[in-house]
Design a protein around this ligand. Structure first.
Ligand SMILES: NC(=O)c1ccc[n+]([C@@H]2O[C@H](COP(=O)([O-])OP(=O)(O)OC[C@H]3O[C@@H](n4cnc5c(N)ncnc54)[C@H](O)[C@@H]3O)[C@@H](O)[C@H]2O)c1
Length: 383
């Protein structure tokens, strides 16, 4: 019999829109035992004006401005957190204590200490959690994962990950407030390390295993900005505008990572290349339906990089979408994450990354920031 998952989503900004889109499509596209019910949208901005417009536009049944009022409601199964990073821990821990399942956006929290508290709360409650590491759910990335697990690379030697954007180059971009909270350390926890590298590191460790030690550097290019609330007030910028690091993986391979919001022309360049004994893969989220593959086992006369077009029905997730050749993109990775979460609920398997996976990435992020500060190699604590 079809079961219903009643969802309350907190935060109606960019991710609120993306998750609403995913929930509204997931049961039309996938065959699932659970139906996602868009019960309550919650946002505190502008005395309820934001949530009122949002709930009606995205067909949420009800709206709310105070997330605490959601916790005692018996008719809500899942709390979905789409608010700035500084609120993730408080909402997640309270929701788990109230017996709710919890999904949260990345990064898990402001730091690993908070993340560990969230993992502990999840273990205590026994409720299912998910962190929206949606970039794993590009069919191209999932295909690379399947082929790596099937032995396509053999021993891995190198991993190179980058996540590049360019939207904070202007020194006139304001600090803090509803649209620029990512520049405020107290709201974001870090700059590009938590915002962008968290995705790149999650994909890397999913494909290639844990990162055990690293040496990092960070830079803040624009050191003072006018605040959004009051343009006559200038404050010190404390987040990392760019981060780079060298890493060692537990499997003996070595890697480099780079993230920046100052890479002019790059909008969402979450890219990786992984090189092994038998072959290599390369991917860039700016060309999401292309997975590049070099197979050294090919006949030497025709050996070379090939571009696999990941838009056919025998490739991950693609049997559910359009006819071959009609590609999909960023928004669909969230539909896939929602589908995997609902499938997990039905059969008890673990397809989605949970809070403990989020904590592992957070530990690497924290180590990057600490290493950059100290100027030395440091262990992540992962094995
Ligand atoms: N997975 C991804 O690709 C991805 C992309 C962007 C952002 N994110 C993550 O999603 C989260 C949200 O980012 P965003 O870009 O949607 O931010 P946003 O600023 O667009 O939206 C945040 C919303 O939260 C609301 N909010 C703030 N405090 C609140 C409170 N106390 N109660 C209720 N609502 C409150 C704001 O009014 C706003 O509407 C962050 O953790 C971010 O790192 C993930």
């Amino acid at each position: 019999m079809q079961k219903t998952l009643n969802i309350a989503m907190i935060g109606c900004g960019f991710m609120g829109k993306m998750h609403s889109n995913a929930y509204s499509k997931v049961n039309s596209i996938f065959d699932l035992d659970y139906t996602a019910c868009m019960k309550v949208a919650c946002d505190s901005r502008d005395n309820g004006k934001v949530v009122k417009d949002f709930a009606s536009r995205w067909h949420w049944q009800e709206m709310e401005t105070d997330w605490r009022r959601l916790l005692d409601r018996k008719d809500i199964d899942l709390i979905d957190i789409c608010v700035p990073n500084s609120l993730h821990r408080e909402i997640a821990v309270a929701s788990l204590a109230a017996g709710k399942m919890v999904c949260t956006e990345k990064p898990l929290a402001l730091n690993a200490e908070q993340g560990a508290q969230m993992v502990e709360a999840a273990e205590k409650s026994g409720k299912k959690t998910m962190i929206w590491f949606n970039q794993r759910r590009f069919p191209s990335v999932t295909l690379a994962k399947q082929m790596i697990d099937d032995g396509a690379l053999g021993r891995v030697f190198h991993y190179r990950g980058t996540y590049l954007q360019d939207w904070t180059i202007s020194k006139e971009a304001p600090f803090g407030g509803p649209t620029f909270w990512r520049l405020d350390l107290k709201d974001a926890g870090s700059g590009v390390t938590g915002d962008l590298l968290a995705h790149a590191l999650d994909v890397a460790m999913w494909l290639n295993g844990p990162i055990v030690d690293l040496s990092a550097m960070t830079e803040t290019f624009i050191k003072e900005r006018k605040t959004q609330a009051d343009s006559s007030k200038v404050v010190k910028v404390e987040i990392d505008d760019a981060a780079q690091c060298m890493v060692r993986f537990a499997n003996g391979s070595i890697g480099t990572f780079e993230a920046s919001r100052y890479a002019r022309g790059r909008k969402n360049a979450n890219a990786f290349e992984i090189n092994g004994e038998f072959g290599s893969f390369a991917f860039d989220a700016e060309t999401p339906d292309q997975l590049k593959f070099y197979n050294h086992k090919d006949d030497s006369k025709i050996r070379g990089w090939k571009v696999i077009s990941v838009w056919d029905s025998d490739q991950p997730y693609m049997d559910r979408w359009w006819v071959p050749g009609m590609g999909i993109s960023y928004e669909h990775t969230f539909v896939h994450a929602a589908a995997d979460f609902l499938a997990d609920l039905a059969d008890g398997k673990k397809r989605v990354p949970d809070f403990s996976d989020g904590l592992r990435t957070q530990m690497v992020c924290d180590t990057i920031l600490a290493s950059a500060k100290k100027g030395q190699w440091m262990k992540t604590g992962l094995t």
